[in-house]
Design a protein around this ligand. Structure first.
Ligand code: FPP
Length: 239
């Protein structure tokens, strides 16, 4: 298999990274932002076209208020400090997740990032922020139910393809590869619809320790796998 066009990453382990060093959790998230910066660069250099990262889940609101505020603050800093560099490097930014409950200044920054970089053609960085897969699917179902109620479509017209057009990821190809760091082996509500046929790779390192070499190693493992999408392996087709 060739290089995956779309890699999605669950950046897990910031808290444990900080704890192992006797540091506050926010230090782990700050180091996580640094890891994100070099991963965006590495992904572009390694020929990846789409990189989706899980930066804040809709379940993360249940964390202590101070940690939620820290994560919101880090997003503000990331967009303010890095947007110009991302734009200069030709990176297009897309945001997925429910923006309605975010503070107005954050909504403004997210929109600014998307508008400024909309015409860029290098890597597309998709930031999942206030994102939860089940929430995304429920919102898509609500939109379609409204369209049926208005008589714009019939319920029989709803196919997986039409449904996908109402997800936050409309227009974004499904991830070929999903990576999760920190040794946890689950997807935790990250892209449940889109990852139906994704290859999954779980790496033991904590997110702040993630390097270009970890990404390259995941790509090598991906290349050695065979994806069948419910069909047969190429070598079995003729049998
Ligand atoms: C999981 O680690 C990580 C998160 C909940 C947030 C990920 C955020 C970043 C990498 C930085 C923010 C980036 C942007 C663009 C705002 P955890 O806290 O669950 O770690 P633990 O499982 O070890 O406690």
């Amino acid at each position: 298999m060739t290089t995956p066009a779309h890699v999605a990453i669950i950046m897990d382990g910031n808290g444990r990274w900080a704890k192992a060093r006797g540091l506050p959790r926010v230090a782990g998230h700050k180091a996580g932002v640094e890891a994100l910066r070099h991963t965006v660069r590495a992904a572009a250099e390694l020929g990846i076209s789409w990189l989706t990262v899980y930066a804040f889940s809709s379940e993360n609101w249940s964390r202590p208020k101070s940690e939620v505020a820290d994560l919101m603050g880090l997003l503000r800093i990331f967009i303010r400090r890095d947007l110009a560099d991302l734009h200069k490097s030709g990176v297009r930014v897309r945001i997925i997740g429910d923006r309605t409950s975010l503070q107005p200044d954050i909504r403004g920054l997210l929109e600014e990032a998307e508008v400024l970089t909309a015409g860029n053609t290098s890597l597309t960085l998709v930031i999942a922020f206030n994102y939860g897969g089940r929430d995304e699917i429920a919102r898509a179902a609500q939109q379609l139910a409204e369209a049926v109620k208005r008589g714009e479509i019939a319920s029989e017209d709803i196919t997986p393809e039409l449904f996908a057009e109402h997800l936050d990821t409309a227009g974004i190809p499904d991830p070929d590869l999903v990576i999760r760091t920190s040794g946890e082996i689950r997807l935790s509500n990250f892209l449940p619809w889109q990852s139906a046929y994704s290859e999954l790779i779980f790496q033991p390192c904590y997110w702040p320790d993630f390097t270009r070499e970890h990404l390259a190693e995941a790509l090598r493992e991906y290349t050695g796998r065979e994806r069948r999408f419910g069909g047969l392996a190429a070598c079995d087709v003729a049998l």
